[in-house]
Design a protein around this ligand. Sequence first.
Ligand code: UDX
Ligand code: ADP
Length: 478
Amino acid sequence: MRMDIDINNIIIKKMKKITNICCIGAGYVGGPTMAVIAQKCPEIEVNVVDINQQRINEWNNIDLDNLPIYEPGLKEVIAESRNRNLFFSTNVAKGIGEAEMIFISVNTPTKTYGKGKGMAADLKYIELCARQIAMVAKTDKIVVEKSTLPVRTAETIREILKNTGNGVNFQILSNPEFLAEGTAIADLYNADRVLIGGEQTSEGKIAMDALTEIYAHWLPRERILQTNVWSSELSKLTANAFLAQRISSINSLSALCEKTEANIEEVARAIGSDSRIGSKFLKSSVGFGGSCFQKDILNLVYICRNLGLNEVADYWEQVIIMNNYQKKRFADKIIATLFNTVSGKKIAFLGWAFKKDTNDTRETAAMYVADYLMDDLANIMVYDPKVKPEQMFADLNYLNTRNPEQNKAQLNTSTDPYDTSKDAHAIVILTEWDEFINYDWHKIFDSMMKPAFIFDGRNIMDREKLELIGFKYFGIGK
Ligand code: UDX
Ligand code: ADP
């Protein structure tokens, strides 16, 4: 008993109160997360640093409608704390030097070269960060991995930091992000849980408690879960794998529904009403996108294969195979319905982002559908309320199916949905933006080629209403 009290006393004495945070990486994760931490913890100075000067300039933009990422509610949070205790800068070394706690929120894309190409996470940005921290740090630091990472990355970071030889102590924590884009601020304010993985030693516990104190500014403590590092890292990958698996499961059934009289929305409602299953993430669509699902599953598959768990790897890989099938199946349906060719036909795309309420396009189904239709020589015109045309071309060029000039020749963009639809043979809805529902669909119909087709890749439109106007409507799974 006495022993317990002594240990607690030591921990209380050593309780670290953080006053200065640095976040490396001002992207979709680092930006909103740090903005909320700064807002909720006004006594902590938060420096967000990035090597991308343009991105930092955009975060410092006086016009809050031109922040580098679009996220509902973000500009209000930034307005409150920017230049009070939230700062954006390219001075990475200064940020690291002054901080007691450093978040690593840099990108970890799938490797495009060498060993693990197309499967493993590319950890070069993480490694560079760790090396820079090692080089700059003069005082003890808590390093928090926030990027989605393969299991045992903390070990890599620890290895690099341990060998600095300058006497600085580092504690590495895993604190995976569970926010979804488009609802990031609400997800941060009201997280179901926060995971903090750390070393199972008294120093590890002190570091985990320091991070716990930050989240406890606005979240009930019972939602802040402390685990070992590996559990925390693996939980992030597998949470995303489970969510993506639900979408692929419902999408697989949408193919079956299209061949029968069943309707996927009725089936999803029936399945989701079972409280053991639940109704979320059962919305059939043209396929999931985003920076996490595919990358995390590929990572899981890669890890399993490396560990000789081939059956486990095959099981999860099928979630990706089904998602690719869904995108291709949708494009094939468009071509088949337009009398087996879209060559030279104008196809109007409504939406390009991977989901509504974000300007992020990573792995968006739209670019794959565009690519398939362009293979069949379609002329595409795209309207998206938040995605910039440069980004659409960057996405197509990334696919590397044809050269940039050819992409420019076959794809145009517009800032007006009515102009986009004019003279089109078909409208294809790729993102579920709310504004699409309330367009003047009579006006759109009148301006199109006939028969006027609409392919609703998100099942957001009122089929009966559109058919009454004269459209030939095709949804997913019905
Ligand atoms: C996801 C996880 O939800 C989040 O917890 C994690 O931290 C990061 O990855 P995100 O990718 O931002 O978030 O968006 P999410 O809402 O999960 O949507 C991912 C994709 O699945 C989108 O393309 C979306 O349109 C699609 N989707 C989602 C469906 O097709 N059907 C659904 O029922 C739900
Ligand atoms: P995420 O969705 O994970 O936040 P993003 O690509 O939106 O990913 O953001 C990651 C950010 O990390 C980018 O702005 C990139 O410039 C930045 N970054 C990558 N490597 C480094 C580094 N070594 N130092 C500082 N910033 C970095």
